[in-house]
Design a protein around this ligand. Structure first.
Ligand code: ATP
Ligand code: MG
Length: 576
């Protein structure tokens, strides 16, 4: 056995009851000795867009199965359509799979690697009388295909001789005919109830340059003709794909049987759909090309690169994929569950810091003018090993504008005239006066006093306050831009497009709010692009990987702290 054929990352040890239906099938195949005990899967993206969280589900499934059963998983680019595919996509796909934590080792393939072999397979079908060159154009092929209730009509070219077919097909390849003038079609059954079996097109003429094969070909295999044969050639044992391919399975079976080659078992599962999200590559491409988002990695998109830029962790995405599991029936998953997985992970790992998004200046009138103290703050109450840091405290600080009300309503416990609150890790302060801009009437600063006896945030006399505020010292603070993201769509099911409502019309106009004058604790100056923090009381934030500059990070809000999913599950528990 070659070294690369041995994969002993994890032994086969899965408790029976936790098997999803796909793993149960594979387990059974192993038991009955199918495929000589081999398990070999693949993740087969078409490089015509960036990967999204739906692909993450498929990646976790395919690579996860290979890991769990001690098998292999290939990365294969199904690059049969040169007009929509680009090298940029190939690269982003690899980056995303790796970032998610999976490794294809040396097993990266392209459908285009098999173009010659697929061509040979086509010749084989022609020789068997199972394929013919058809001179109908695309519209005519469509028009003669029939419907679900009516059979199709035979092509007038269906009974060409093997010799004529071989001659024409060879000349198609040689570039003698213009685009769209001819196709190679399988010769199956125009009356088959399954439309996929009505003499489907196998090859079309396209004088287009391919990102890998260049100008070598001017005929390109259709996806359906390539996909199953590629799986077979790679020795895939379990071809896992989404439900829409269930109706294609009889066709794939037909090809494999006619060619007499290795027959993988195809298993279909339901696609992931998410509320408030569109997942189709076509729609995502539209959002990108029409400038409705900033690019494929816009932090509001469900693309893996968007989620990464937003601050999601691979651990959170993998956890999400394992919680949603796999099923045979289509459903739509609550976006709140995805965010819940993220919060659980970040709560454990993200260091806490203080940041003020909408600053209101507070002057502590009894605090010495030039004094700056370094106060100790806990980095993560969930994890004592993360230790402490110091934050500067001074006479002038900022608090959040919404943490002060001149005229507080009944249940508002934060700062108000005459009221005392705690500044986290610092002191109790009492508001003496709100100073207003004489022109606008807007509050421009607060004048407060602090109690030196409460250093660290506790009153030795045991007196209590009802609110603890976050803050940053004004002088040493870091001024920064923070971007607040919200869901991209207002409609929970934007893809439904009911009643002619186009998905773009339900875009949420408030999905991005940019705050340019935020004040952050000075240590954040060193935050590396991509690093994640909890801004106390505000949410989780991540230093943007694109727009941050050395010493000048820009932050994206990854998620707020409000976990609606936890609330939903609590209510369900209570209801029991
Ligand atoms: P296209 O319409 O361009 O084919 P696609 O979403 O099917 O788009 P592929 O690149 O063909 O994209 O997908 C690669 C793999 O990911 C396929 O096996 C596909 O079944 C799977 N996949 C795509 N979308 C989802 C989804 N929403 N949930 C689960 N798996 C998905
Ligand atoms: Mg597809």
């Amino acid at each position: 056995m070659k070294k690369s054929e041995k994969n002993n990352e994890k032994p086969l040890s899965i408790p029976g009851e936790s098997l999803d239906f796909i793993r149960a099938i594979i387990q059974e195949d192993l038991k009955t000795g199918q495929y000589q005990g081999r398990v070999h899967t693949r993740f087969p993206p078409e490089p015509n867009g960036y990967l999204h969280i739906g692909h993450a589900k498929s990646i976790c499934l395919n690579f996860g199965i290979a890991r769990d059963f001690g098998g292999f998983c290939n990365l294969r680019f199904d690059d049969t359509n040169p007009s929509k595919e680009e090298v940029e996509y190939v690269e982003s796909i690899q980056e995303d799979v790796r970032w998610l934590g999976f490794d294809w080792g040396e097993r990266r393939y392209y459908a285009s690697d098999y173009f010659e072999q697929l061509y040979e397979f086509a010749l084989h079908l022609i020789r068997k009388g199972r394929a013919f060159v058809c001179d109908l154009n695309a519209d005519e092929v469509r028009a003669t295909r029939g419907t679900l209730t009516e059979p199709g009509r035979d092509s007038p070219f269906r009974d060409r001789s093997v010799e004529e077919n071989l001659d024409l097909f060879t000349r198609m390849r040689a570039g003698e005919f213009p685009d769209g003038s001819r196709t190679l079609r399988a010769r199956i059954d125009m009356a088959a109830p399954n439309l996929n079996l009505r003499d489907p097109v196998l090859y079309r003429i396209m004088h287009a340059e391919h990102h890998r094969t260049g100008k070598a070909w001017c005929i390109y295999p259709m996806y359906d003709w390539a996909h199953g044969q590629c799986d077979s050639l790679e020795g895939i044992t379990h071809s896992i794909c989404t439900l829409e391919f269930e109706d294609h399975r009889p066709l794939y079976d037909w090809f494999i049987e006619e060619l007499g080659i290795h027959h993988p078992r195809q298993i279909e599962f339901a696609r992931l759909n998410l509320t408030y999200t569109v997942m189709s590559k076509r729609k995502l491409l539209q959002l990108v090309t029409e400038g409705l988002v900033s690019g494929w990695d816009d932090p509001r998109l469900p693309t893996i690169s968007g989620l990464r830029r937003r601050g999601f962790t691979p651990e959170a995405l993998r956890d999400f994929c394992s919680r949603i599991g796999v099923a045979k029936r289509d459903s739509i998953v609550d976006l709140a569950l995805l965010e819940h997985c993220l919060r659980e992970d970040l709560n454990r790992r993200a260091p806490r810091v203080m940041a003020v998004l909408r600053p209101l200046k507070v002057v502590l009138t009894n605090y010495p003018e030039d004094q700056v103290e370094e106060l100790e703050a806990v980095n993560n109450p969930e994890d004592p090993a993360m230790g402490t840091r110091t934050v500067p405290f001074a006479r002038e600080i900022y608090i959040e504008r919404e943490d002060f009300r001149e005229d507080p309503p009944r249940k508002y416990f934060r700062l108000a005239p005459g009221r005392e609150v705690r500044l986290r890790y610092a002191y109790f302060i009492t508001c003496q006066e709100a100073v207003k801009d004489p022109l606008t009437g807007e509050i421009s600063e607060l004048r407060c006093t602090y109690d030196p006896a409460t250093r660290g945030g506790d009153a030795p006399d045991g007196r209590k306050v009802k609110a603890t505020l976050h803050w940053v010292a004004a002088g040493p603070s870091l001024q920064a831009e923070v971007r607040l993201y919200d869901r991209l769509f207002q409609n929970p099911n934007p893809a439904a497009e009911k009643d002619g409502v186009h998905f773009k019309t339900t875009l949420n106009p408030h999905s991005l709010e940019v705050l340019r004058d935020c004040r952050l604790e000075p240590g954040l100056k060193e935050a590396l692009p991509g690093s994640r923090f909890q801004f106390e009381r505000l949410g989780y934030f991540c230093a943007d990987t694109v727009d941050s500059r050395p010493g000048q990070p820009v932050f994206n809000r990854t998620a707020t702290l409000r976990d609606t999913w936890a609330k939903i599950s609590e209510k369900q528990e209570e209801g029991k």
